[in-house]
Design a protein around this ligand. Sequence first.
Ligand SMILES: C[S@@+](CC[C@H](N)C(=O)[O-])C[C@H]1O[C@@H](n2cnc3c(N)ncnc32)[C@H](O)[C@@H]1O
Length: 198
Amino acid sequence: MRLSEARKDHFRKLAKREGYPSRSAYKIIEINKKYRLIRSGSVVLDLGSSPGGWLSVVCNHVGPRGFALGVDIRPSDNLPKNANVAILDVTSDTFEESILDLLPRTADVILSDLSPNITGIWQMDHLKQIDLTKHVIKLFPNILAPEGSAVLKVFEGEALKDLVDSIRLDFERVEIAKPLASRAASSEFYLVCRSYRR
Ligand SMILES: C[S@@+](CC[C@H](N)C(=O)[O-])C[C@H]1O[C@@H](n2cnc3c(N)ncnc32)[C@H](O)[C@@H]1O
């Protein structure tokens, strides 16, 4: 077994043992350990939340005073009691309106682990993923609180630089994270964006 496969297998087994719906949970655990974005009482919007690994982690952190909303085109099962979920498409024209109705106030943190169906055609997958991320960025002015944070999955490729340059204008700090649970061979990584300049 190659090292990356062994690591994937390790996180899959760990997720099963610790009751997370997916090994992805360990990506946000690692990011949050380092940056401390999600806290008790936070309002968090988790986009591309199915099957619920990140959302379960978020629910543990926000606790009873906070609010966690997961959104996906697919359903999720076996989530913590304090999880709120909605089946919605981030690309739909009415998406922002629906989110504003569902959140109790602007979000302290917006997470996006959105991924299109992977075709294996690298260039096409990259462009589709960046397009999904652009839909997330469009939400910031009305949905992300001033000084709020975002964690955005992105796929490496030609459209990335312009996207990162534009995000840097909106946040005090933007850093790149590649958590251990993210396969080394995959082109995904995460932009950790802090202190939104609203
Ligand atoms: C990598 S998975 C997310 C894993 C999740 N963060 C977890 O921890 O279990 C990516 C998700 O993005 C969702 N997705 C893709 N396109 C979407 C869209 N247009 N609107 C909402 N969700 C979408 C997929 O359905 C998929 O569940």
